[in-house]
Design a protein around this ligand. Structure first.
Ligand code: SF4
Length: 239
């Protein structure tokens, strides 16, 4: 387990971000949708793939042009519109419930009031919804509001632990809040996307392709599992 302090993690994250941006290219966040849409979309993404999530979202917007229309609809009508995404009964109930909670604070159901709130308060508000967990909250924070949150999928979790950005024993659920507290002062979106690329291309779950990896000199995993013929290359960790 890494015992790195926050300043050390920040230094490491900056170097990792820079190296990955050279390898996989720079990335800029373009906010992909307003927070209510992002929130509903992530509910629809649960237990399905991106294609069916998008079809379900499109079906919902086709049947109900505004969020007010969705809020006023019967759950079985919503379920019918999102059926392609699976678990439509559960998801329709969650969507109804979330929209009625949002309506208590925002008559137009836009969640625009989140823009003026600090990250931690937005986090607490979002995870108070039934069916919204750390990953959904992180997605809304990063992709829709441009805040310093890191959605932790399987690639980010694995690469982050191997490189010492996430403590070894922290599970993905807890890693979301870990990143929120770290508040890394860098382009989190770029780091997020490039860590996923790295996890797919080189840093695979089994037999990661370490020899050509540009991060091996600072990798905790590589230090512990050096290939025989490369064992002498790494004399010390580079931070
Ligand atoms: S050296 Fe290996 S384990 Fe470490 S980041 Fe690179 S590919 Fe992953």
């Amino acid at each position: 387990m890494t015992n790195f302090t926050r300043p050390t993690i920040i230094r490491r994250a900056r170097v990792i971000d820079k190296i990955l941006a050279v390898k996989y290219g720079p990335k800029s966040l373009v906010r992909r949708s307003e927070p209510t849409s992002e929130l509903i979309c992530t509910i629809l993404s649960q237990n399905t793939n991106d294609i069916n999530r998008d079809k379900a979202f499109a079906g919902l917007r086709r049947r109900f042009p505004s969020w007010r229309d969705v809020a006023g609809a019967r759950p079985n009508e919503i379920a019918k519109a999102i059926k392609v995404g699976g678990l439509s009964k559960i998801k329709s109930a969650r969507i109804k419930n979330i929209l009625s909670q949002i309506a208590e604070k925002s008559s137009d159901l836009t969640l625009s009031f989140l823009e003026s709130m600090p990250d931690n308060e937005i986090w607490d508000y979002l995870i108070s919804f039934k069916g919204v967990g750390p990953k959904t909250a992180s997605c809304v924070l990063l992709f829709s509001l441009g805040r310093h949150a890191m959605p932790v999928d399987t690639h980010v979790h694995r690469v982050g632990r191997r490189l010492g950005l996430i403590p070894e024993k922290l599970n993905p659920e807890k890693a979301h809040h870990w990143f929120l507290q770290l508040n890394l002062p860098l382009n989190i979106y770029q780091l997020h996307i490039n860590m996923i690329w790295h996890g797919r291309q080189l840093c695979r779950p089994r037999n990661p392709k370490c020899p050509p990896c540009p991060l091996k000199k600072m990798c905790l995993y590589y230090r512990q599992n050096p290939p025989q013929e490369k064992g002498r290359e790494i004399k010390r960790l580079v931070i």
